[in-house]
Design a protein around this ligand. Structure first.
Ligand SMILES: Cc1cc2nc3c(=O)[nH]c(=O)nc-3n(C[C@H](O)[C@H](O)[C@H](O)COP(=O)(O)O)c2cc1C
Length: 351
């Protein structure tokens, strides 16, 4: 066989083996062959998408969001009916029924629980660990990463501000440099703005054990997101996914990254009107703050499920520019792996 045909096969096999080594800690921790987690997305990360990700070799995560214990139990059972592969459940720490939700996960033998939306309370950490599940927590900084490990986190996610949904202020590139070289006790998964396998590879080489992606999976064939929501993703470029803007420092707005639409523009006007009503003495400061916080209530559902992408909240990461078509979940995962392998193989051939 001529060398130019034989060589790529050899280098591709070697590259696949190298990739398997690079994310072996992540795959062992998650119990799946591909260390790519489907980031939990409220309304979107339900049984169909979660099972599709796990069936494709990745690790799906149910977004509990505001579901109560009964709905969560049904969603877990529905997912288990579609896959016998491991998957996780993401719970918001501020949920008033957090301990009941943890119990539901443990009773259903969910092996991995992600606690999101703040530093997990000690009682929740103990409940997860005592119940035999593995605890995954988000960290926004190195000092908190160390504290979370001391308090029992089995793995960490570092999510950069490129991500869709609620975001912190620091980009993944900076978080990766700040945190990856110093955390060796537990696997660290990277998230935010990832849409190409070569970028995932670079982060694995920096010490990550795997990656978490949301935006690309939201537009997958198996995602129940409304066709208009998926179309908005396909049409958008990275620069269309912007963080929400806070008009007045007296009325804080939690930054959420999403596609700019009529709702985003109305939110700015609403903040100005609400501030003016506060200044005119028509509203107390608390009432004004509450009104601003409630502006987006139900807005993700309106966009993602009802398809009102003009007025709802079209949460999306900067990775949205890498969503170019509605693809089967297995195709997305295979593409990411192939991109990482191709990049590695090219390096091996260049040696
Ligand atoms: C539509 C949407 C909804 C999301 N909802 C949640 C959520 O409920 N809980 C959570 O922890 N993260 C949520 N995220 C963040 C994802 O889990 C994931 O970390 C993020 O999407 C990664 O960045 P990427 O979108 O650039 O891939 C959401 C993201 C999107 C795009």
């Amino acid at each position: 066989m001529p060398p130019d045909i034989a060589t790529p096969d050899v280098s591709t096999t070697a590259a696949q083996a190298k990739l398997d080594r690079l994310w072996s800690r992540g795959t062992a921790f998650l119990g799946c062959p591909v260390a790519i987690m489907g980031g939990a997305m409220s309304w979107v990360s339900e049984r169909h998408l979660v099972a599709a990700i796990s069936n494709a070799g990745g690790f799906g995560v149910i977004a509990c969001g505001s579901m109560g214990p009964d709905l969560l139990a049904a969603e877990i059972a529905g997912t288990q009916a579609q896959t016998d592969r491991p998957f996780g459940v993401n719970l918001i720490t501020l949920h008033p029924q957090l301990s009941d939700l943890i119990r539901v996960c443990l009773e259903a033998r969910v092996g991995h629980i992600v606690l999101a939306g703040g530093i997990p309370p000690g009682a929740a950490v103990r409940a997860v660990k005592d119940g035999g599940a593995r605890l995954i927590a988000f960290t926004p900084a190195l000092v908190l990463a160390k504290r979370l490990i001391r308090s029992g986190a089995d793995a960490l996610v570092i999510e950069g501000s490129e991500a869709g949904g609620h975001i912190g202020p620091v980009s993944l590139m900076v978080l990766a440099q700040e945190i990856l070289p110093h955390i060796h006790d537990v696997p660290v998964f990277v998230a935010g703005g990832l849409g190409h396998g070569e970028a995932i590879l670079a982060l694995l080489e920096m010490g990550a054990s795997g990656a978490q992606l949301g935006t690309r999976f939201a537009a997958a064939t198996e995602s129940i997101a409304h066709p208009r929501f998926k179309q908005a993703f396909i049409r958008a470029s990275a620069r269309d996914a912007l963080p929400s803007v806070q008009l007045d420092e007296r009325f804080p707005v939690i930054p959420v990254r999403g596609l700019v639409n009529e709702g985003v523009k109305r939110f700015l006007r609403f903040q100005a009107e609400t501030r003016d009503r506060f200044q005119a003495g028509e509203l107390s400061k608390e009432a004004a703050q509450l009104a601003i916080e409630h502006f987006w209530a139900g807005a993700l559902r309106r966009a993602a499920i009802d398809g009102d992408v003009e007025n709802g909240s079209v949460m999306a990461g900067q990775s949205v520019g890498m969503v170019t078509a509605e693809q089967p979940t297995a195709g997305i995962i295979a593409e990411l792996v192939a991109q990482a392998v191709a990049a590695l193989a090219a390096r091996i051939r260049a040696i």
